[in-house]
Design a protein around this ligand. Structure first.
Ligand code: SAH
Length: 214
């Protein structure tokens, strides 16, 4: 998702109290940021933040961090927080590659990937957020019982993501090729912006929930 460059979005993000900045160096100290020891759930590539904002409102028992690389997009999530402030939600503007610098081993309880960029060219496979290169990083920040949930309407990306699991040593807890037709997995489902758009077009939504036994 790339919005036209909104003038001043970088400055507004730099000044926002909802955005945690690199120099604050929160690695290993996220409980202090939230002022409690509740589980930390993150969405990598959150876009405008509809999903994570709704999740945070529905689940005050967890803390949420939305990660997005583009300021112009992240700004929308910040604006949503200005309209409806939630104590258990924060944002970081960063590239997912840097994730090990931001979270300590075992600090994260759950990772959400929603409608990640497909990077269709083979030589860009390592940039796909469900690739084995990223799974290895996620494994290091997830707690022993942590899990990762991935949704997409892109069949090629989903098939690739499923093929990456065995070599990376992950197990499938649940998988569906039609999320919206699966009553069990739909329980508590919060639609993302892309999910609303693509399911309205008639596209099936694919989802897996994965974990690593440690
Ligand atoms: N999760 C949202 C948006 C999906 S679009 C939804 O489902 O509606 C994918 C988003 O991920 C875009 O906003 C893009 O800028 C962001 N993104 C893609 N690759 C990223 C990366 N490597 N690091 C951080 N954000 C990334």
């Amino acid at each position: 998702m790339r919005l036209r460059n909104i003038t001043g979005s970088r400055e507004m993000i730099a000044a926002s109290r909802y955005v945690v900045h690199e120099e604050q160096n929160c690695r290993g100290k996220w409980q202090e940021v939230f002022g409690n020891g509740r589980p930390i759930h993150i969405e990598i590539g959150m876009g405008k933040g509809k999903f994570i904002h709704t999740m945070a409102r529905q689940h005050p028992e967890n803390n949420y961090i939305g990660i997005e690389k583009y300021s112009s997009v992240l700004l929308r999530a910040v604006q949503k927080m200005e309209e409806e402030e939630l104590p258990n939600l924060r944002f970081i503007r960063m590239e997912a590659e840097e994730i090990l610098h931001v979270f300590a081993p075992g600090e994260v309880e759950r990772i959400y990937l929603n409608f990640s960029d497909p990077w269709p060219k083979d030589r860009h496979a390592h940039r796909r957020l469900p690739s084995r290169q990223f799974l290895e990083k996620y494994d290091r920040i997830l707690s022993p019982r942590g899990q990762l949930e991935f949704k997409t309407d892109n069949r090629g990306l989903f098939d690739f993501a499923v093929e990456e699991l065995a070599p990376a040593g992950w197990e499938i807890r649940s998988i569906t090729y039609d999320l919206h037709g699966d009553a069990g997995l739909m329980e508590g489902n919060v639609m993302t912006e892309y999910e609303e758009k693509f399911s309205a077009m008639g596209n099936p939504i694919y989802k897996y929930i994965i974990y690593r036994e440690k």
